[in-house]
Design a protein around this ligand. Structure first.
Ligand code: EPU
Length: 486
């Protein structure tokens, strides 16, 4: 299990290109099940969630290959298998997106219920409601969703929003199923996220007839069959936003290329309110250099809401930025109200944050100091890396497999911008299982591990100078720096 070792306080400088969107490519991969012709995705990001989704597709009989240039080609079986079990669904909740395509294609699907996750309860009742509206009988049995549509799905007009508003993957799932249904489907209360629009555009290239994308009313005229296509997914707006915040939190000139600023207008507006210098063009955003310790950001509140409001997937990163602000800012999370696992870790670094229910008050300006912190989910890990970039001294972010789920080689790309960050093989005994969160258990091992400094990271990454600390017991294995491993 790897960790990141970050030496904070470096000014970044340079440009970085954004990858294809993880949350756009996952449903596009599910959509490949709607045809037996190849679907080519030139810019699928090489992140572990994508690799996991490809395993799910393999289990359903699909074949895939990735060229040396990174172009991904996926071909579903003439008759896909129709069962996706617990083993694959539990590893990645997004795999529930295969339900609609498999049901539409084979008239029967058995997909394991994904269950909750660390960011809170994540039900799939709206996915099920949508399948039922399309005429499927859906039962829950032994933790599986069993959906049957003997004779095929039929189009229907439905309201798909829930108590918390629209559902992104639920809209994707129903939209995919409806492409092969008989007649017209209208989804009211549909998600307007760019990833849903991107999926719809891919489906239209495959021969679907979808209109209203980007609005809460999506109309789908069913067709008999879909065919293959080539589809480049949209740039990852959350990766872009994270890199922009990396520039802002370090007071650096960082140019994020190949992004869609129009997908991030709310972030740019909040940066403006916070007085953080930046510019943008049609496909780039550049943060300006300034001394963040002298000119603090203005405290700026955010409330997470469906697109185009502030995305929940940037809430943790924004909170890291607001720890540097000159005063008190309020962060309110309305999508996943428990998505606050980063709060206690930021507080371990010296941030002053109080949480009450779905809101957190960040009292700045903080003086963050490097320490050992534990990544708990994908975006929380990103926030800890951002905090590490500006903290005094060395920050070790453990369990970075979370960040690998959605950010491709983030440490190498930050290092290319001048950050002092290295990927280091964590001691194999440090965390024995995925369910061993107790930091007090890893303290002695950690002390042993950092006694041996990390080797320098390749490229422009200068490896952090590990501070020799008294070892509680000798390290069993040398620490390896693997700065640009992936
Ligand atoms: N909800 C229901 N019932 C459902 C589905 C959702 O009540 O059947 C509720 C959820 O509990 C939540 C709200 O609706 O309160 C929105 O959830 P949504 O279904 O939109 O989330 P999702 O589709 O499962 C995707 C992204 C998440 C992102 C959310 C919100 C993917 C693979 N995941 O999840 O991304 O946070 O939309 O924008 O696209 C991430 O990348 O870190 C991540 C978690």
């Amino acid at each position: 299990m790897d960790k990141f070792v970050i030496e904070g306080g470096r000014r970044l400088e340079g440009s970085v290109r954004v990858s294809g969107s993880k949350n756009a490519v996952l449903p596009v991969l599910a959509a490949t099940l709607l045809t037996d012709e190849p679907v080519v995705i030139p810019n699928a990001p090489d992140v572990s969630d994508v690799r996991q989704m490809l395993k799910v597709l393999e289990g359903l009989g699909s074949k895939w290959e990735r060229s040396s240039e990174g172009v991904l080609t996926v071909r579903s079986a003439p008759v896909p298998h129709n069962e996706a079990g617990w083993d694959c669904v539990r590893k990645m909740r997004g795999s529930v997106a295969v339900l609609g395509p498999v049901l539409a294609r084979t008239q029967h699907a058995r997909v394991s219920l994904p269950g909750g996750c660390v960011i809170g309860v994540r039900p799939v009742d709206l996915h099920i409601k949508g399948m039922r509206a399309l005429g499927a009988t859906v039962e829950l049995d032994s933790g599986d969703i069993i959906a049957t549509a003997t004779g095929g799905l039929r189009g229907e007009e439905m309201y798909l929003g829930g108590a918390q508003g629209p559902t992104v993957l639920g809209t994707a799932n129903v939209m995919m199923a409806a492409t092969l249904a008989r007649g017209r489907t209208v989804i009211h209360g549909a998600a307007c996220e760019p990833e849903v629009v991107d999926l719809g555009e891919c489906l239209n290239k495959m021969g679907a007839r979808i209109s209203g994308l980007g609005s809460p009313r999506i109309e789908i005229e069913g067709v008999d069959r879909l065919h293959g296509c080539t589809h480049s997914v949209i740039p990852d707006r959350i990766e872009a936003g994270t890199l922009v915040i990396a520039g802002s939190i370090t007071g650096s000139r960082v140019r994020v290329d190949g992004c869609r600023p129009d997908h991030l207008m709310i972030l740019l507006e909040r940066l403006r309110e916070a007085g953080l210098p930046h510019q943008f063009g049609t496909d780039w955003i550049e943060t300006g250099a300034f001394d963040i310790r002298r000119k603090r950001p203005k405290p700026t509140d955010v409330t997470t809401l469906p697109h185009p409001a502030f995305p929940t997937d940037l809430q943790a990163q924004w909170m890291a930025l607001m720890t540097m602000a000159d005063g008190m800012s309020l962060v309110t999370e309305t999508i996943f109200t428990d998505r606050y696992m980063h709060v206690s870790e930021l507080m371990r670094m010296g941030a002053n944050i109080r949480r009450q229910g779905a809101s957190s008050i960040v009292m700045g300006p903080g003086h963050l100091k490097g320490t050992q912190v534990m990544a708990s989910d994908l975006r929380a890990s990103a926030a800890l890396v951002l905090a590490g970039l500006v903290a005094e001294g060395t920050t070790e972010v453990h369990r970075v497999y979370h960040i690998d789920r959605g950010y491709a080689r983030i440490e190498a790309r930050l290092a290319e911008l001048g950050a002092c960050i290295a990927r280091v093989d964590d001691h194999p005994d440090a965390i024995a299982t995925d369910t061993a969160p107790a930091p007090d258990v890893i303290v002695p091992v950690r002390a042993a591990k950092v006694a041996k400094p990390a080797k320098p990271a390749p490229a422009k990454a200068s490896a952090p100078k590990a501070q020799p600390k008294p070892a509680a017991k000798p390290a069993k294995a040398p620490v390896k720096a693997r700065g640009t491993r992936r």
